[in-house]
Design a protein around this ligand. Sequence first.
Ligand code: AMP
Ligand code: GLY
Length: 421
Amino acid sequence: MKVLLIGNGGREHALAWKIAQSPRLTKLYCAPGNAGIAQEAECVPIKADDLSGLTAFALQEQIDLTIVGPELPLSMGIADEFRKAKLRIFGPTRNAAMIESSKSFAKELMVREHIPTAFSRAFDRLEPALAYIDTCPMPLVVKADGLAQGKGVIICDTLKEAKEAVTGMLEGQQFGQAGAKVVVEEFIEGEELTVMAFADGRTVIPMVPAQDHKRIGEGDTGLNTGGMGAYAPAPLGTPALRERILKDVLYPAVTGLSRVGSPFYGILYAGIMVRKDGQPFVLEFNARFGDPETQVVLPLLKTDLLDVIEAAVQHRLDQIQVEWHDQAAVCVVLTSDGYPGSYKTGIPITGLPLANSDSMVVFHAGTANEDGATVTNSGRVLGVTALDATIRGAQKRAYEAVESIRFDGRYYRKDIAHRVL
Ligand code: AMP
Ligand code: GLY
């Protein structure tokens, strides 16, 4: 099978690494990829949002299956384009991907399908939004409706902050078109859990639950980032809670989308807040694999990923068994000094392992090759994932490996998985 993978981050490296293990693979391309992905795939310099370039490439190379990593091409309709060209692609159509690309769309679906979520209202005009905020208890959550690279959510402790947040989005063009509509949402206190699932419009197969660390600083403090580390399986996701999320969240979302004529084929990601009393509330849906969660979940997958994805594309997920290794995985992300603000790139990296193994993998999130050397190329640079019998063991192994990898300005959190330990 000839496969084209789209994207260039740690998530895509984890996907490439897993796909490359499949005996069914004959050739793997990645567009555009990075220096780590190049160990597993032939990288082609086509950007993830160049839909016509990607379609032309897939036709020319007679790609059997295309797998999409990031949300942007999905929200632009890459799955629709590929299907029109009779190309097989794993990922939702533009309309189904609205579960991620429009928070108000996702909220309406959740209300219609009785999926547990925080109470909210959507506004595209300032006056009614401000009047509504006056009636709300604090804290309050203000969200830009559209895609904002994880930055469109503002937790407001005071009325003044909430009003500034909606004003910034609706009048100040903060987040541009993504903030032309806002969702004002009740604040829910609890612990976050990620549950990703394979979906084929009908059947849903959940993956092991994971938790990520979004904040830059130890103790989960400071600015939000794209993710500083993750671990799986998260003990917070007990078998009873997983069952409940499958029944009350994932299935209703998939059947609800089918009901409105937008069946969801792809990876459905539920970002859940588990309240102190154990009740799950959906904070967001994503229409793709999470990053860095994928870097801990895929190494635990025992079944051939291509078999699962092919079954999803052929709408026969109900006919396969997905198996998991009885192990735990921890991923520590190494970033460039200054991230999530500004940072330098092009810094040489030393100490990278010559080869990855089944229980220790260095995923590249933002690297490039320059004159034969591997250099930093982004804020998040590497994700070091280790497996072991326990989270504690995996954490220890991951940090041992992190220590040997060096580059100027290297930063990482020393407390990944602290909530479990
Ligand atoms: P989202 O992009 O919707 O996942 O939001 C980003 C982050 O904001 C989440 O990971 C949560 O930490 C926080 N958040 C979002 N919605 C809420 C909410 N209703 N209550 C509390 N925290 C929230
Ligand atoms: N880790 C959060 C996300 O992928 O959106």
